[in-house]
Design a protein. Sequence first.
Length: 398
Amino acid sequence: MSETDAAGDERHPVYTFGRPPRSRGQVLAKAGWIAVWLIFLSSPVKDLADGRHTTVATVLGASGLALFVACYLALVFRYTTRIVRWGPVTVCFGLLVVLAAVLAFSLGDHWLGLFVYVSVSAGAVLPIRYSLWAIPAVTLLMVLVGLRDDGLGDLLTNLGVITLLAGFAMSGVRQLIRTTVQLRQARATVAQLAANEERLRLARDLHDLLGHSLSLITLKSELAGRMLPGDPGKAARQVADIEQVSRQAMADVRAAVSGYRRRTLADELAGARTALTAADIEADVPLEPPAGLPGEEAEAALAWALREAVTNVVRHSGARRCTVAFTTRQTLAGPLLELSVEDDGVGGSGTAAGNGLTGLAERVEAVGGILETDRGTRHGFRLAVRVPLMEATIGSPP
């Protein structure tokens, strides 16, 4: 993964989940998200504000609640990813358990909600093998402490289920996001490996193509140089051979580079789905190209058309949905394969073609095809490309 890609990943909300905040924006965003869930501390705060306890109990309760919140924030701010030092985590989590038990037992059932935060911390911080037993243990401790004031049935139906589900939900979310991050990293690695493999392929092709030709040119140049003083006629023939070999080498290189740059419909369909999804446009795109495609040049023209059309949809249409379809048509000139790209945006009627569509029309015409643009059935824009279908059977599934 390049440094630019890595930097982009680190700014991604999924990738930064669980990491210590690295900028002021991340601090504010994370603090805002966590602060929303602190609203459930309103019950113990209200209990302190009502004056039901002595002054000493109120001061101790407020101090204990402040320490509880500090430990909770320390855990969820910094330690919801891979943990290197377990000492601070163990201390903070142990304080959460002790403070929740002591405050709830001493000050009454209004404080039992603290165990929900303990359960969430267990799911967010502890490894899955530990959270599987820690969350039920926290719930059981909450029930035992709550029996001081409430009945078992009320505890189980009110807070027991919430404590249990909140902890396991946070554990599941944490595992899901970790898996998403790993998948993003794996995709970046696969893309880098594919690019490296393609570079190696091109290097091998160029070596194989040019190695023999350049060696032959060098040899004949030496021969021509030695023959030139005594036999100019033979030297001229060697120079002619050099010209022929160099022209053939140039043709081979062009062919290799053209094959390296050739677009395929399969690749462009995958790219179209990715681009439309990234632009928050509903993509109705076939998973695979139709069977029996025409020759490589016609397929490349269709691939370029799809690429240009999807690019215009993403950049200019403001569409919510884009449909890509293939259709076989029988005409007097023979069978045709039609590619249509239609959106429901605010595109024009196609009467004024830009440089991209003009170049695309020339590319399509070069393979005997036709490019058409008009308004779509959903008041958007529709681009259709038809190319001769010489090898596919009419009626084959698109």
